[in-house]
Design a protein around this ligand. Structure first.
Ligand code: FES
Ligand SMILES: [Fe+2]
Length: 381
């Protein structure tokens, strides 16, 4: 986000605080049928029309800086591996042997020198080419050129690695992400390093989990003892690009900025900035750390949630730095996301079975949830 835009957003936040209202969203109340969270048929269509046809975030580039370093899919439905090859090129492959399809990389490997199949020991180079076949006399006419690993399009942009599940897809992230990508570049997301990553299963629909992030309405109530102090009068500003959403939430200290020169304003000192990177990534820039949350549907009521926390190395040096990160992780991952946001999403999901609501009613301040649902619905037609 360029300085002038940071100033403009700050001014918008001041004005919203005056009125004690979020920036207008859809301007109407919307009803979302609850079958969106329970129907296997809807999930099948989401898989076909969304997850298999859009680029998705594979992870942060900090994981794949060195040749041989790799990122493994957290989701068996799209079983990819992304590796930095010897020439420094980032490559994505289906993590499956071309002989009889065994999984090549298990995730236990620290780094990869080659892809070695555990089943019959075929070996592939990091560029995906088939290097050797054991007892090759078994395959008298084998053309190795036809048996390279199945490659998937991979792009590195804004510090994130993106993969497209369709081998023949053209990936143009600049137009797909538009100003969202400019933000990631301006905020120097590529310079961050990993603190920790977790992966757990939540018993709730993937959209229900993402939607817990998309409104500030619940913050004073559900997060009464945790987040609410930091977001006193925490008004929200938002913008969209295609199906992607940016939300900017003023933090309680924003009052202090009004006394200072606008040229010195840095939005991240006074607000948290959140992005839905469609379809399944929720990216959070807090003043001093970043959280990447990704949601992978396993079933209509079951979702894998991964959370990777990243930081700028100079901000958290030495033992004290690591202690500070541990505290932040515990706060944001355990107390806020796990025990508050996703616990309530799981109890909403469970309640869907008992039939009190045929639809969820989204108020004016919940308009971003309806926008997100709209982006999903538009693609299922
Ligand atoms: S399945 Fe990989 S070598 Fe046979
Ligand atoms: Fe929340």
């Amino acid at each position: 986000m360029k300085q002038q835009e940071q100033i403009d957003v700050m001014r918008r936040l001041f004005a919203l605080r005056e009125q004690d209202r979020n920036e207008e969203m859809l301007g109407k109340v919307v009803r979302v049928p609850v079958e969106n969270y329970t129907s296997p048929e809807i999930l099948d269509r989401e898989m076909a029309k969304i997850f298999r046809t859009h680029p998705i975030v594979a992870g942060h580039v900090t994981n794949v800086r060195e040749p041989g370093s790799y990122l493994l899919s957290d989701w068996n439905k799209i079983p990819y591996v992304v590796v930095r090859d010897r020439q420094g090129k980032l490559r994505g492959f289906l993590n499956q042997c071309r002989h009889r399809g065994a999984r090549l990389v298990s995730g236990d490997e620290k780094q990869l020198k080659a892809f070695v199949c555990p089943f019959h020991n075929w070996v592939y180079d990091l560029d995906g080419s088939l290097r050797s076949v054991t007892r090759e006399y078994n395959f008298p006419d084998l053309d190795r050129g036809e048996y390279g690993l199945k490659e998937l399009p991979v792009v590195e942009a804004g510090g994130l690695v993106w993969i497209h599940p369709a081998a023949d897809a053209e990936v143009d992230l600049e137009s797909y992400l538009g100003p969202m990508l400019d933000d990631l570049v301006d905020f120097e997301v590529d310079k961050l390093v990993r603190y920790r990553k977790t992966k757990v299963v939540k018993e709730a629909n993937w959209k229900l989990l993402i939607k817990t992030y998309l409104e500030g309405y619940h913050v004073p109530y559900l997060h009464r003892t945790t987040l609410s102090k930091m977001f006193r009068k925490g008004v929200l500003s938002h913008s969209e690009h295609g199906p992607h959403i940016r939300m900017i939430a003023a933090r309680s200290n924003i009052e202090e900025a009004s006394e200072t020169d606008p040229e010195s304003w840095r939005i991240l000192e006074y607000a948290s900035v959140y992005y839905v990177l469609f379809p399944n990534t929720f990216f959070i820039m807090h003043p001093d750390y970043v959280s990447i949350n990704i949601f992978y549907p396993e079933g209509p009521d079951r979702t894998i949630w991964t959370h990777e926390m990243l930081y700028r190395e100079p901000d958290f040096e030495g033992e004290r730095g690591q202690e500070g990160l541990a505290k932040r992780f515990e706060f944001t991952n355990d107390a806020v996301f796990d025990q508050e946001d996703f616990a309530v999403a799981e109890n909403v999901q469970e309640g869907l079975l008992y039939g009190a609501n045929e639809f969820h009613t989204l108020g004016l301040e919940e308009g971003l949830l309806a926008m997100f649902q709209g982006s999903v619905d538009d693609r299922l037609i």
